[in-house]
Design a binder for this molecule. Structure first.
Ligand code: FES
Length: 63
């Protein structure tokens, strides 16, 4: 599923970047060599980043 249509960024790409890049959606887009265009995806992208980082934190805490 695409999170960002303007940049063709898939959810799985964003999740992978979220594990290695701190910062907001714009920072993660930049790590992919992209930047927001229309901006309509940013709220959803932030939700994905939060969810992915929360899952990672919970996995690390359980180990
Ligand atoms: S959908 Fe992501 S910038 Fe337009």
């Amino acid at each position: 599923m695409y999170i960002c249509i303007c940049n063709a960024i898939r959810e799985n790409e964003l999740r992978r970047v979220a594990r290695h890049v701190s910062g907001d959606a714009e920072a993660c887009y930049a790590a992919l060599g992209k930047r927001p265009n229309c901006g309509s995806c940013l709220d959803d992208a932030e939700d994905v980043l939060f969810e992915e980082r929360e899952l990672g934190f919970q996995s690390a805490a359980a180990a």
